[in-house]
Write a protein of this length. Structure first.
Length: 205
């Protein structure tokens, strides 16, 4: 397995989850601005306005198994929303909500009692006067376009900040926004098991 690279990256806000910007608009930051490693590719994608964990590799089989919808590998997000979601809204998110004529699959969702310890976002989110905010932890096994944002909006609590903190067994830790590192052997072992068996072991929390 020595020929393969497995990279953990903390994507900052406002960075495309690709190495080139193909738009004709104002140039945006890309992975190339942070990761000087050739021929590694993201496992899945993370929206321009989202933050957090990205896994990059040149191991095509692992990339396919973690990206393909049929494998349903879990992804965990910390989601800051406007106002305080009530139990009914949390239940709806857990059971599935309809977004664009599609009902989302059941998800693990809980209201966090305390704000998670995260680096401040640059630029900071825009707070509305007299409107409280709350944090949800959401674990999904699917990745429709802007799904988390659409889910929270569907139950009346718009997303203000979105940070991915886990992909399968890999957790965001020991990094600041814009930093990257190679996976440790301990982190890599369960990923290689996914390649060998197709099984995903979610070990977050």
């Amino acid at each position: 397995m020595g020929k393969y690279r497995y990279i953990l990256f903390y994507k900052p806000y406002g960075v495309l989850s690709q190495f080139t910007d193909n738009s004709d608009a104002t140039p945006r930051r890309t992975l190339k601005d942070y990761i000087p490693v050739a021929k590694v590719y993201p496992v899945g994608r993370l929206d321009w306005d989202s933050e957090g964990l990205m896994l990059l590799t040149n191991h095509g089989q692992l990339q396919n198994q973690l990206s393909h919808p049929r494998f349903e590998h879990p992804r965990t997000y910390w989601v800051q929303v406007e106002r305080i979601p009530d139990p009914d809204a949390v239940l709806k998110l857990q059971q599935g909500v309809v977004i664009e004529n599609y009902c989302t699959k059941p998800a693990q969702v809980q209201l966090l009692t305390d704000a998670p310890l995260l680096p401040p976002r640059d630029p900071p989110i825009r707070f509305r006067k007299n409107v409280p905010t709350a944090w949800l932890e959401m674990t999904l096994t699917e990745g429709k376009n802007r799904q988390v944002r659409r889910m929270t909006a569907a139950v009346g609590f718009p997303t203000l900040r979105l940070v991915r903190v886990a992909i399968a067994s890999i957790c965001l830790q020991n990094l600041q926004p814009g930093q990257w590192r190679d996976l440790t052997p301990e982190e890599l072992q369960p990923l290689l098991k996914i390649v060998n068996t197709g099984q995903v072991q979610h070990q977050f929390r």
